[in-house]
Design a protein. Structure first.
Length: 376
């Protein structure tokens, strides 16, 4: 279903028949404010010129992720003086947490809030646009996106699908995940069924594990019922809220997602039909939201880790053995080279990321790493 620019005004384009009936029955703004449009006008309120809908990959009100999307929508509404209103639909509403790419591409939604590494099956060039095992941390990756040509390369990839993508916020370093049994050698990974999406899942498969991807809402039950042996999610704050510490004892440090970047996904035609002032508002709101999510992630993980260590002394933090890390690093490089051989565009993205990381590695080694060493 294609969008036309004239569709952008007055009604959300390409709604399903159910959605359209709901829209017509309630009126978008009137429904939100509990007032008929005429009453709003009489109060001097601005009627939105742009009614948009955003599909997210997250459960309703999910901390940090869904909150980031809601914060963005609220900022856009305020900064545009009410000219633009974005309704945020969590995955429970549109029923397709891993279908956000298609929902936006096909015009059912004008935009989405999700993560590039869910789409490696759609286009291998998207594989390293969220996080790369043993790759850049949040600070380095933000530098690459905003100043190192990363955003332009990302959109070279997404444009081929009628989409655009912009940074939505970074989780910072993610933990390596929850394991019910201790990992003492590479042998312990063989046959292990683990929820771990993206490239890291491909890497684990090379050492004999079985990677799976499961929507957020089903993770706890899957681990509790032994459908999976291990999982990774994010870090202490979000992990604690999911309850994983109640069903697994070993919490491993990270290697696979050193700084995962979420994304705002746009239907390209919808975005480009917007006037330049609204586009500028969206860009500023996205950058604010991106910065805010990184700050919130670091703050909440800091505070929650202390709480988890106090309330769940049974939880043991572990590092993967050196032989495991060595092999995961080696396999990451092999998998990336193979994928790049199949996708010239991934090769272009990867070249840019590797070139930047080669420089960033040197600088980070004498700046942050040395500082952290002396601070202890
Ligand atoms: Ca993760």
């Amino acid at each position: 279903m294609k969008l036309r620019s004239k569709d952008l005004r007055q009604t959300p384009p390409s709604l399903s028949s159910v959605g359209r009936r709901r829209f017509l029955a309630t009126g978008f703004l009137a429904g939100a404010a509990g007032l008929a449009p005429a009453a709003l006008k009489a109060q001097g309120a601005v009627e939105p010129e742009f009614h948009w809908r955003m599909a997210t990959s997250w459960p309703p009100n999910f901390p940090i992720f869904e909150h980031g999307a809601l914060r963005f929508a609220a900022n856009v509404r305020t900064m545009s003086g009410g000219r633009m209103q974005i309704e945020v639909d969590p995955a429970s509403k549109h029923k397709a947490p891993f279908g956000v790419f298609d929902l936006v591409r096909e015009g059912h939604y004008q935009m989405g809030h999700s993560c590039s590494y869910y789409w490696k099956g759609k286009d291998p060039a998207m594989t390293t646009l969220a996080a790369t095992p043993f790759g850049m941390n949040a600070q380095e990756q933000n530098a690459w996106f905003w100043y190192g040509g990363g955003t332009a390369l990302m959109n070279k990839v997404y444009e081929r699908h009628g989409l655009l993508s912009f940074n939505a916020g970074n989780t910072a370093v993610q933990m390596g995940g929850w394991f019910r049994k201790e990992i003492k050698s590479l042998d312990d990974l063989r046959g292990l069924k683990m929820r771990i999406p993206g490239l890291a899942g491909d890497v684990l498969a090379r050492v004999g594990a079985t990677p799976v991807n499961i929507p957020a809402g089903e993770l706890y039950t899957s681990l509790e019922k032994n459908v999976i042996d291990a999982l990774e999610w994010v870090g202490p704050h979000l992990d604690l809220s999911m309850g994983f510490q109640k069903v697994a004892d070993y919490y491993y440090t990270g290697w696979h997602e050193p700084g995962t970047e979420l994304q705002y996904l746009f239907n390209k035609e919808s975005y480009e039909a917007l006037p330049s002032d609204i586009k500028a508002i969206l860009q500023v709101a996205m950058k604010e939201s991106s910065f805010d999510m990184l700050c919130e992630s670091v703050y909440k993980n800091t505070m929650t880790w202390a709480e988890m260590a106090r309330d769940y002394p049974r939880v043991k933090v572990r590092q993967f053995p050196a032989e495991v890390i060595r092999e995961l690093r080696r396999q990451t490089s092999i998998v990336l080279d193979e994928l790049a051989g199949e996708s010239p565009l991934l090769a272009e993205v990867l070249d840019s990321q590797r070139e930047f990381l080669a420089r960033a590695r040197q600088w980070t080694a004498i700046s942050d790493r040395e500082y952290l060493r002396v601070r202890t």
